[in-house]
Design a protein around this ligand. Structure first.
Ligand code: HDC
Length: 726
């Protein structure tokens, strides 16, 4: 009942050291709530010197004067049975104990004498033990008991000059924990509190002002509540003082099992894994249950992946051997600077409209390019790939074959991520073998951030008798056969690979001509993941308004190498939230990425119907007259598609296609020979493309007519339409 007062009528409370300070405050509080109180106090000073009846008697008098019930006891807690006997003699039972009595013998460790050490242990720890042991059979018999063990932050954290006291006080916590466990089935609860209050003892280490602020009456409420029969708390530890109440608990790092069957565990292994042993990012909160079954609990829950790499000597099948590889987790720490370096590596440039978002950490909407999600996984692959047993892999023959990346939450702008690597399969492709690597990446909260699947193609290592396909491989997807909905072209820098490799792929294949020659390449080639990063950017700029939170996943196959300096042309098709894409090298017309798609969580919130602020758009291209040349005779069934290209600074910014059959009114019939036609285009088509991204002073429109299918070829028009000034 929330509003009923906590009463102790008929209950017998023993408070040790109750002549002054905290003990006295507890005694007065319990008595005022109807309890019969045994006020124990030896009457000595705070160093445990001397004795007398005055202190206890005064408190008893005060209680009685207020109409309460109390008796005094003047024994040292070192005679715990005598103290408890006072309760039994006067009230016939003992229900509640507050082990509060204590003294101090503060000295720096070197100066602590045997006597200083022993007396503190005797009073605090042994005294509490003796009191509890004397009361325990009575509490068990009556099936009721509440014990408060008074400990100290000196015991929990240590305190200079209090080695003796700290040891005794933490001992009291251990005693409390075990009494809580043993008492539970007899309805005996035991909790520990670490109070801070102004008292005779603390007067030695605190100023007067602070002591006055820390009244014992501010601690008493939790002692009273924990002692009440309605309170179910047991085995807990609280820090209290000045009206503050907080609970403490243990925390344990996730840890790592370093033992390997049949191998000696060396100190160096512990040293090398120290960061994992002490990493609290996936902490757990062990309770009393863990004390007995600690090892079984830990070992049961340990995933294989937490163990060190080991080969199973019995496995002879190379694929099974490779799959048996046990990888220890790989940490990857990065800063905003790393995210910016990566963005530069995949072609973000200050010449692009949204560059601040990716290159300036102080910009309001600073974002990590989502394809950066491959980098922590690549770090794990780079470390583990060469250690995978079963296959010998010459580095110069490894080509990145396919890449899948899925993000489960946007990448943090900096932080530490941990990746778990495993060999999902090894495939025999004849001309080469394909290693399928899966990597799960988690953030510091233990939440999954990314999944990567990387297929590494090892040229010339095939024909080992393995299988060709695997269900574990995330499949590529074919683009639609229609003309692309959008195209983006971008020239890479001659230094693109030199820049990209600083993001964690130091493979000499991309920088050292001697090394690339060994792989059969005339010059170093671009990293597959660099081309990949460009293509992902093209999709996000075209279909997600560069809102990186919309990115869900991407899959690509690398079909031909790209050379630094070549121009990439990404062709894109949107079908609901999936953007199919393929990437070509403009200079050679070689297809370099195929079977690819980007999945978005949804379309951008900014819709094409809303022009960007300050830019008027719809009237500009609403009507467009163009001259076209139809090269062969169209059939009625042919699709007439008008396609235009918007360029700025020599770079294609957007390409938009309108199927005239569906969305535009086309006047005039495409016929063999030359014709003039007027296109009335849907207003919205332009808003997003033109106004969202382009500087109207600079952008150029270049249109062409295409007739779908192979029947007809459209000639590219020479007309360049300058975008009128707003
Ligand atoms: C230790 C550290 C580890 C870290 C690794 C470091 C990674 C990076 O540094 C390396 C890079 O970035 S390399 C640059 C990027 N990648 C490339 O340039 C590769 C381009 N692709 C090619 O050259 C060929 O497709 C090629 C050579 C891959 C295949 O061409 P062909 O041999 O002619 O194969 P083909 O006859 O077309 O097909 C045979 C079977 O193989 C499958 N296949 C083809 N291309 C594939 C690819 N890219 N990925 C996966 N599988 C592929 C085909 O499907 C076919 O199999 P099936 O018969 O079952 O259909």
């Amino acid at each position: 009942m929330a509003n009923s007062p906590l009463r102790f009528d008929g209950k017998v409370v023993l408070i040790t050291g109750a002549g002054n300070g905290l003990g006295k405050a507890y005694a007065l509080d319990f008595a005022a709530r109807g309890a019969s109180v045994v006020v124990n106090d030896l009457g000595g000073d705070f160093k445990g010197v001397g004795s007398g009846s005055r202190a206890a008697d005064k408190v008893v008098e005060e209680i009685k004067a207020k109409g309460g019930i109390a008796v005094a006891n003047y024994d040292s807690v070192e005679f715990g049975d005598k103290v408890v006997q006072t309760a039994l003699d006067n009230f016939g039972k003992i229900d509640i104990i507050v082990n509060n009595a204590g003294i101090l013998r503060d000295k720096s460790f070197l100066r602590i004498s045997d006597e200083d050490w022993d007396i503190i242990q005797r009073v605090h720890l042994r005294g509490s033990f003796l009191i509890c042991r004397a009361a325990w059979p009575h509490m068990r018999k009556q099936h009721y008991g509440r014990i408060i063990m008074v400990t100290s932050s000196s015991g929990i954290y240590g305190n200079f000059g209090q080695a003796n006291y700290s040891a005794a006080k933490l001992g009291a916590v251990g005693l409390s924990n075990t009494l809580a466990l043993e008492g539970i089935k007899y309805n005996i609860h035991c909790n520990a509190i670490a109070p801070v209050a102004g008292s005779r003892m603390t007067a030695t280490i605190m100023g007067k002002e602070l002591i006055d602020a820390l009244k014992p009456e501010f601690v008493s409420p939790i002692v009273v509540y924990l002692s009440h029969e309605s309170c179910n708390e047991t085995g807990s530890l609280f820090q209290v003082g000045a009206g503050y109440f907080g609970k403490l608990r243990w925390q344990r790092s996730e840890g790592i099992v370093l033992r390997e069957d049949g191998k000696v565990l060396e100190a160096e292994t512990v040293r090398d894994n120290w960061h994992r042993i002490t990493d609290f990012s996936k902490a757990t909160y062990p309770t009393a249950k863990d004390s007995t079954n600690f090892m079984t609990h830990i070992l049961k829950d340990m995933d294989q992946a937490h163990k060190l790499p080991q080969e199973d000597a019995k496995i002879t099948d190379p694929v099974a051997l490779a799959k048996s590889y046990k990888a220890n987790p790989m940490d990857f720490t990065y800063t905003e600077k790393d995210a910016i370096l990566y963005a530069l590596g995949v072609g973000v440039s200050t010449s692009q409209p949204d560059f601040l978002k990716f290159l300036f950490e102080l910009s309001d909407d600073f974002s990590v390019v989502p394809s950066f999600g491959v980098i922590p996984a690549f770090a794990a692959i780079h470390y583990h790939a060469s250690k995978v047993p079963g296959f010998k892999i010459p580095k110069s023959k490894i080509l990145h074959g396919e890449q899948y990346l899925e993000l489960f939450k946007p990448l943090p702008r900096y932080g530490r991520l941990t990746s778990y690597f495993r060999v999902a399969d090894v495939l025999d492709k004849g001309s080469g073998l394909v290693m399928v690597f899966n990597v799960d990446t988690f953030d510091e909260k233990g939440e999954k951030v990314a999944f990567n699947q990387m297929l590494e193609f090892v040229v010339g290592a095939g024909k080992f008798g393995g299988k060709k396909t695997s269900e574990d491989v995330i499949p590529v997807a074919n683009a639609p056969s229609r003309t692309p909905d959008a195209v983006m072209e971008e020239k890479t820098s001659i230094d693109q690979a030199a820049l990209y490799r600083l993001s964690g792929d130091p493979n000499p294949l991309h920088i050292d001509p001697n090394f690339s020659a060994k792989g059969g390449f005339k010059t170093p080639i671009l990293h597959g993941l660099c081309t990949f990063g460009h293509s992902v950017r093209h999709v996000m700029a075209t279909f997600a308004d560069n809102d990186m939170s919309l990115f869900k996943s991407v899959k690509v196959r690398f079909v031909k190498p790209v050379l630094p300096g070549q121009t990439l042309r990404t062709e894109m098709w949107k079908e609901e939230n999936r953007i199919f894409l393929r990437t070509k090298v403009v200079e050679t017309d070689d297809l370099v990425i195929s079977g690819a798609y980007v999945d978005l969580f949804s379309s951008p919130a900014k819709t094409v119907t809303k022009p960007a602020a300050g830019l008027k758009s719809t009237p500009i291209f609403k009507e467009m007259e163009t001259k076209l040349k139809v090269l062969s005779k169209p059939e009625k069934t042919d699709n007439v598609v008008f396609q235009w290209n918007i360029t700025q600074d020599g770079m294609t910014a957007a390409l938009w296609t309108v199927d005239l059959k569906d969305s535009a009114v086309y006047e005039g019939t495409p016929k063999y020979g030359e014709a003039n036609c007027t296109l009335t285009l849907p207003d919205e088509t332009f808003v997003d493309l033109v106004c969202g991204k382009l500087d109207p002073q600079k952008a150029l429109l270049n249109g062409s007519l295409k007739l779908s299918g192979d029947v007809m070829l459209a000639q590219k028009l020479s007309n360049i339409f300058p975008v009128p000034k707003m």
